[in-house]
Design a protein around this ligand. Structure first.
Ligand SMILES: CSCCC(=O)C(=O)COP(=O)(O)O
Ligand SMILES: [Mg+2]
Length: 243
């Protein structure tokens, strides 16, 4: 069965939705873990590193924590897959460099890229909202097995806009995306709490429940569900002739 939507824009989660959680945890997380020691010592004076480390210390409640202590806490957050914004900032920094150096190539499920092309051809704008930083998202879409997919993407949002489980974050994104009504946006995610927050902001939602993903058995809370993007048909009936 195909779920049909008439929308202006789709907003995509990455981990568990477009791409495998296992790839993120098994490839990207070890890469950032092994880079943090050098980042926290040799590059501590860089403004973005200094700002993020300050935020880590705030979250730890330890304003004087040294590099080794910060590194240990970042490691613990990686172990629990905590989506803390400064952790994501620091990961984004090192991943972007890894992708640019050719040491990392991203992962997308087979059904995703053809669907993104179909939806875009139908006049639907594509945006991303992920806990991964915008720098990480840009590197992820820019270095894929299918080449550079950044031209497909109209905008990216991360938790600097707000937490993914709060409706206000989706209101802010809708404002930025610029739609006539929030129900002209469809949000796709593997996490029910994120879908519910988006629905509270008036968005359409669909849970992506891929076989083998950690949250594929999560309660749907009334959100429609699909197993792949092949089950989603999008059109944009408001698209003008020049779009
Ligand atoms: C390219 S983003 C890397 C994935 C990541 O770190 C992450 O936290 C993704 O979480 P999501 O919100 O996309 O489920
Ligand atoms: Mg996700």
């Amino acid at each position: 069965m195909i779920l049909h939507h008439d929308v202006d824009a789709v907003v995509l989660d990455i981990e568990g939705t477009t791409s495998a959680t296992g790839f993120v945890l098994d490839v990207l997380y070890p890469y950032s873990r092994s880079a943090f020691g050098t980042l926290l010592t040799e590059r501590a004076a860089e403004p973005e590193v200094r700002r993020a480390v300050g935020q880590v210390r705030d979250l730890m409640g330890e304003p004087d924590a040294g590099a080794a202590r910060v590194e240990a806490v970042l490691g613990a957050w990686l172990d629990e897959d905590r989506k803390a914004t400064p952790l994501k900032t620091l990961q984004g920094l090192v991943w972007a460099e890894g992708f640019a150096a050719g040491e990392l190539v991203s992962h997308f499920y087979d059904d995703v890229v053809p669907a993104l092309r179909r939806w875009r051809d139908a006049g639907v704008r594509l945006h991303v909202y992920s806990s991964g930083s915008v720098a990480a998202q840009r590197a992820w879409f820019g270095h894929t097995p299918h080449g550079d997919l950044l031209p497909l993407i109209d905008g990216m949002f991360d938790t600097e806009t707000g937490p993914k489980r709060e409706a206000d974050s989706y209101r802010a994104i809708a404002e930025s995306v610029g739609v006539s009504s929030p129900e002209r946006i469809l949000f796709l995610s593997d996490r029910t709490a994120e879908l519910t927050a988006a629905r509270s902001a008036g968005w359409r939602t669909t849970g992506v429940r891929r076989a083998g993903e950690p949250y594929c058995q999560e309660d749907d809370d009334g959100h429609p569900r699909v197993a792949t993007f092949n089950e989603i048909g999008l059109v944009n009936s408001t698209r003008g002739p020049a779009d």
